[in-house]
Design a protein around this ligand. Structure first.
Ligand code: IMP
Length: 460
């Protein structure tokens, strides 16, 4: 049995909490794409753990696999593992030999390219973790895989091939002086060889290396259950997302097969749960047809103070942002807020084949008199039920709304204990509309940030 968890919007849907609740009975948690661009916070026995690469299952004693579709920064990996060990948690993390390695030059080039793009306001707003440049090298067949770290001769040979290209890029294309960089060793064969051969030795010595497809197939043959944990969200998927404002991997469910080494049938025979936030948030620029109000500081005259909003829509955005704690975990930047966008969700449900849904932040919307949902888009006088392919066309879409009656604030802890029928009636109407439109049942409803504040309707 496998369960795949996929973000259906722009990331930040609260996937971590759902993995935590629904992954309870999984034996192995597998990440299939991305790297240390995915921040998640896990609260366990009153302790808070912030992780970006190690899957959250590590805290709960699961076997955790970083699949071949991941890009792995060994510095981050070992600093997270060491920090967990210092706190008395000994995580069981396995790393696919076929996963690609993020080197310091990837981070360096991520930063340089973003700076260059920002001169024309075209930056992607990446996490700066070197994700794009690493996948770029993988596709260009000049990347290094995790297994290469364990073979010092191959490691040196590959670094000696790739580094002159990176140095030329920095100096000749971007016109920078390598000597004046913060970390000139990021481009040194000897320095990288010494540090990364040591990571290879440690990976081997600690028994962390696996051929992920074989390893997972063996665990399944022994009757174990797998959970595939997607990072990021559908709208930042490199194929199905809002290109070029995307990450460089496939968070959608197809990625679970290519990124783990198991067949698509294995993923498709299991459950695929789309995680939906009850409204929409977005960090940074790009279209958002259902956007409410503005972001404090970005809208002239609007400072985020609810006693001073220019419009009702700004006041609503402010209220939802405060209630939902919609501020970037790392940067503290206020997130843009909008109503649920159904064309986006239909696109996500089709691209991944959702068999069920987990809807989060239903408590955040409590207390509103009424709420809107972007049911369709109108573009050039025509109705559209799913998203157009280009960011430019998406920017021209106008949301066509359906209005729902609001629900009161209630004791959400009681609701979580009593179950789905204890949800306010109007909240159930809202959830049932979403389930009908996406043709997938609601398996879980998030009514608060804590693990026990999730109404589990059905355990896939
Ligand atoms: P990258 O993955 O660092 O290359 O960033 C590419 C885009 O994906 C940027 O818009 C990031 O903000 C976004 N992104 C990457 N990881 C996450 C995440 O975990 N949550 C939300 N957005 C993310």
């Amino acid at each position: 049995m496998t369960v795949t968890i996929v973000g259906s919007q722009l990331g930040d849907e609260g996937k971590g909490g759902i993995v935590d609740v629904l992954g309870d009975s999984a034996d192995v948690v597998v990440r299939y794409q991305g790297g240390d661009n995915a921040g998640h916070t896990v609260v366990h026995d009153g302790e808070e753990y912030k992780l970006s690469l190690v899957p959250s299952g590590a805290i709960r004693g699961k076997v955790n696999v970083l699949g071949n579709g991941c890009v792995v920064n060994p510095r981050t990996l070992f600093s997270e593992i060491d920090a967990l060990r210092e706190r008395g948690v000994d995580p069981d993390v396995r790393v696919a030999r076929r996963a690609h390695v993020i080197f310091p030059y990837h981070r360096l080039l991520d930063g340089i390219e973003e700076d260059r793009k920002s001169e024309d306001d075209n930056e992607v707003g990446t996490t700066g973790r070197g994700i794009g440049p690493t996948y770029e090298d993988k596709a260009a067949r000049r990347g290094l895989r995790i297994a290469d770290l364990t073979d010092p001769d191959t490691l040196r040979e590959r670094l000696a091939y790739v580094l002159p290209q990176k140095r030329a890029l920095v100096e000749d294309v971007f016109g920078l002086d390598i000597g004046s960089l913060d970390d000139p060793d990021a481009l040194s064969v000897d320095a990288l060889h010494e540090e990364y051969a040591e990571y290879g030795r440690r990976l081997a010595e600690e028994g962390m290396l696996v051929d992920s497809g074989d390893f997972l197939a063996d665990r399944m043959a022994e009757g174990e259950d797998l959970m595939f944990e997607g990072a990021q969200g559908t709208l930042i998927d490199i194929d199905h997302g809002n290109y070029p404002f995307v990450t460089s991997s496939n968070p959608t469910a197809g990625g679970a097969a290519t990124g783990s080494g198991l067949g698509p049938g294995v993923v498709g025979d299991g459950e695929i749960v789309g995680v939906v936030k009850g409204y929409l948030t977005r960090v940074g620029s790009g279209p958002m047809p259902t956007e409410l109000g503005g972001v404090p500081g970005d809208t002239p005259g609007y400072d985020g103070d609810p006693s001073n909003p220019e419009t009702e829509s700004e006041e609503l955005a402010h209220q939802i942002r405060e209630e939902g704690g919609e501020y970037g975990t790392v940067t503290g930047r206020p997130r843009r807020v909008g109503w649920l966008d159904m064309p986006m969700l239909r696109h996500a449900a089709r691209a991944s084949g959702f068999t069920g849904l987990a809807v989060n932040h239903v408590d955040t919307l409590a207390g509103l008199d009424e709420l809107n949902v972007g049911h369709a888009y109108e573009v050039d006088g025509e109705e559209r039920l799913t998203m157009p392919a280009t960011t430019e066309e998406w920017g021209q879409c106008e949301a066509q709304y359906r209005t729902f009656e609001g629900w009161p604030d209630v004791d959400w802890a009681d609701v979580a204990t009593e179950g789905y029928d204890a949800l306010p009636e109007n909240a159930r109407t809202y959830l049932e509309y979403v389930a009908d439109e996406l043709d997938a049942p609601v398996y879980a409803v998030g009514v608060g940030p804590a693990r026990e504040e999730t109404v589990v309707v059905e355990r896939p």
